[in-house]
Ligand binder design. Structure first.
Ligand SMILES: Cc1cc2nc3c(=O)[nH]c(=O)nc-3n(C[C@H](O)[C@H](O)[C@H](O)COP(=O)(O)OP(=O)(O)OC[C@H]3O[C@@H](n4cnc5c(N)ncnc54)[C@H](O)[C@@H]3O)c2cc1C
Length: 169
């Protein structure tokens, strides 16, 4: 029964289009990054976002060690980053740049030329079944002017989205 509902959930979730992000942290043992589409905004006051992570992955440990992380929202032309940071045997975190900010923003690695960035302090890590929800308090975020198209994940495929309409709705 459990595996039946898991398969049905996986199938139905394929119909839910999401954006694609790269989460990254700079811990004492180095820089680590991974592709994630589970990014969600959780709260405005305080400003909280979340990413669901596989328990056994390296990203969870990296975030906990660093105490801070960056989330980069990928644009339509950045599929290569999405593929690269989802590979198990990956390196190349040097492709990321450090978002240098003033004030209480943490120093976090981000994808160059992405369409939005969230710099977060680690707020908490909550167990959620076979994943863990990493909750970040957003210290700083920036976004482009919405002229560029986002990268989307739909039906198990990475697809380029449309640029946001510039006319007010
Ligand atoms: C569009 C897209 C969206 C995604 N969204 C998410 C998301 O929201 N959340 C998420 O958790 N993942 C997501 N993934 C998958 C994720 O990017 C990859 O699984 C990535 O490798 C996870 O990084 P990590 O550092 O957490 O885990 P890694 O350390 O890279 O490990 C990945 C998996 O492989 C296993 N593993 C690692 N090394 C070995 C080994 N030597 N032998 C056996 N098993 C091993 C780990 O236990 C883990 O289950 C997404 C992938 C894509 C393409």
């Amino acid at each position: 029964m459990n595996s039946e509902i898991a398969a049905a959930l996986r199938g139905a979730a394929r119909r839910f289009a999401t954006g694609v992000t790269v989460m990254a942290a700079e811990g004492p043992t180095g820089r680590h990054a991974m592709t994630a589409n589970s990014f969600v905004t959780l709260s405005l006051r305080p400003a909280l976002i979340g990413v669901a992570l596989t328990r056994s992955g390296r990203m969870r440990a990296a975030v906990e060690q660093a105490g801070a992380f960056g989330v980069s929202v990928l644009g339509a032309g950045q599929e290569h980053y999405a593929r690269h940071y989802a590979e198990r045997a990956r390196g190349g975190e040097t492709a990321l740049v450090e978002l240098t900010l003033t004030g209480r923003s943490p120093r976090v690695p981000v994808v160059p030329d992405c369409i939005a960035v969230f710099a977060c302090h680690l707020w908490s890590i909550l167990p959620v079944g076979d994943h863990e929800l990493v909750v970040g308090e957003v210290a700083h975020c920036v976004a482009d002017d919405e002229r560029s198209a986002p990268l989307l994940f739909l039906g198990g495929r990475l697809v380029p989205g449309e640029p946001a309409l510039l006319t007010p709705s």
